[in-house]
Design a binder for this molecule. Structure first.
Ligand SMILES: [Zn+2]
Length: 495
């Protein structure tokens, strides 16, 4: 599969470019992780899930992926919250980091290979800042060590923001000891009550941007294949990362800039100041991880996604539609006739697989990939009666194989039933015939058969009122009877 070429839209050039790893076969990817000062919300989850689609695709295609995602555990916001709550910044950071780790596990995100913490990389950052001072890109001020933005000629190349517009605008922090209004802090000197680390320029703590440059350098090297993050990080964070890294090494920092569009609620960005934050934990109480992942896959990763509960309801329905076909294939395979895979079925399997992979490799076109899964489900449903056991198994296997790339269709029927029961939801994806084989076994089957036989006897004796009562009571229990010419059929509609 490694012959498939992967294309991604690169924010720097604005074009769809082919992924050509610096070291063939190995992809080095850095994705900006959380600042652990508050709950992980569903806006953050969009960035991590859509990055996860990329990681999974690359792994599926056989690339050796080295994936680094940092944790910002010291920052103005963490310090502010700690002061407000009478705690240390480390207590705040640890508490929300643990919550983030839970969310990561529950959303079934593939964990990074290294998850570097800012506070564990202070010496690396000090070294990088010293290099920038030595090369004349940074200077020591009264309140901070500053990066001198006008010295870096390419500043603004990622965000397309011009330095002169920046000075006129209000997007920069004023400080009297800056040489230029756009200069940003690499090292902030300690203020009373703030945590600090020793440095050659005095005790203090790192600025936010420098940690990512230092961690990329340490864990991945001077030039990496993909650098990603939410679209809100393009400016100033990623612009500043480029300035620091390229000024220090003189080499291109990242070959592809991968930016995930933001989640919106009623056209507004989800943010603390707007008070429209929904923590991931809250959503997980109502929907399982696969449903959330499916919902995010319905929109291209670069686009903003309008969040609503309706979106999740629709996603749940669509996903269960796929699951019901998958489960039917898996259950029927044990009863179907034997035989080899026929040529046209083999071709259909190859067609769906190629369509899906090509959609994903073409700038992670997840909406197209989902539509391929639905086409495949329609095909399988239409042809189910003619499939032999092997054909059913191959279709089921392909659903699970392709679903893995999106992190969906990975549950067994029992697991999915448990997910729905836990949330008090109706289980409407169980294929007919399942009860006989999987849940209650032969005993329940015989019991229902006995009731059905007795009812048939009653009908023969024209005791329709009692027969109808039995049918209605069974229906209330979720067992549906169908009277056919050749006898009565039954199936379980819910459990
Ligand atoms: Zn970063």
């Amino acid at each position: 599969m490694s012959k498939v070429k992967v294309y991604l839209t690169d924010t720097l050039t604005g074009e769809k470019v082919e992924l050509k790893p610096v070291e063939p076969g190995k992809v080095k990817i850095y994705f900006c992780g959380p600042t652990v000062y508050d709950h992980c919300h569903i806006g953050h989850a969009k960035a991590y899930i859509q990055c996860d689609f990329l990681i999974r695709l690359l792994k599926y295609l056989g690339y050796e992926v080295k994936y680094i995602r940092n944790v910002t555990d010291i920052d103005d916001k963490i310090i502010k919250r700690a002061q407000r709550e009478g705690k240390t910044p480390f207590e705040i950071a640890y508490k929300f980091y643990r919550e983030f780790a839970d969310v990561e596990r529950e959303l079934k995100l593939i964990p990074p290979d290294v998850e570097p913490f800012a506070t564990a990389h202070i010496p690396d950052m000090i070294q990088l800042i010293q290099t920038l001072i030595d090369k004349g890109y940074a200077y020591v001020g009264k309140t901070a060590v500053w990066f001198h933005v006008p010295k870096f000629k390419d500043y603004g190349k990622l965000s397309k923001i011009k330095l002169k517009d920046l000075v006129a605008g209000a997007r920069i922090e004023p400080a009297p000891d800056k040489k230029h209004p756009a200069d940003f802090a690499l090292w902030k000197f300690q203020k009373p009550g703030e945590p600090a680390w020793p440095s050659p320029w005095g005790p203090g703590r790192p600025g936010w941007h420098i940690e990512c440059s230092a961690m990329v350098l340490k864990h991945l090297g001077e030039t990496i294949d993909i650098h990603g993050g939410g679209a809100d990080l393009i400016f100033p964070h990623h612009e500043n990362e480029i300035a620091q890294s390229e000024a220090a090494t003189g080499k291109p920092f990242a070959n592809i800039w991968f930016h995930v569009g933001l989640l919106q609620i009623k056209k507004e960005k989800m943010s603390k100041s707007l008070g429209n934050i929904i923590p991931v934990k809250e959503v997980l109480k109502r929907y399982d991880a696969e449903t959330i992942r499916y919902a995010y896959a319905t929109t291209h990763f670069r686009k903003p996604l309008e969040f609503s509960w309706d979106l999740l309801d629709q996603a749940e329905k669509s996903l269960n539609g796929l699951y019901s076909v998958l489960f039917e294939l898996e259950i029927n395979a044990s009863k179907a006739k034997h035989g080899e895979i026929r040529k046209e079925i083999k071709e259909a399997l190859e067609f769906f697989k190629n369509e899906f992979i090509n959609a994903m490799a073409d700038d992670l076109n997840t909406p197209k990939a989902l539509s391929v899964l639905h086409e495949m489900a329609n095909y399988a449903r239409k042809n189910m009666n003619n499939f032999n056991a092997k054909e059913m198994r191959e279709f089921a296997k392909l659903f699970r194989e392709l679903g893995w790339i999106l992190g969906i269709l990975q549950q067994s029927l029992e697991e999915r039933i448990q997910e729905f029961k836990r949330r008090g939801k109706i289980v409407d994806f169980v294929p007919s015939g399942y009860i006989q084989h999987e849940i209650a076994g032969k005993f329940t089957e015989r019991l229902i058969k006995l009731i059905v036989d007795v009812r048939s006897e009653l009908r023969k004796r024209k005791m329709y009122d009692i027969a109808d009562k039995i049918r209605d009571e069974l229906r209330n229990m979720g067992i549906v009877l169908e009277d056919m010419k050749e006898g009565t059929r039954w199936k379980i509609m819910r459990i």
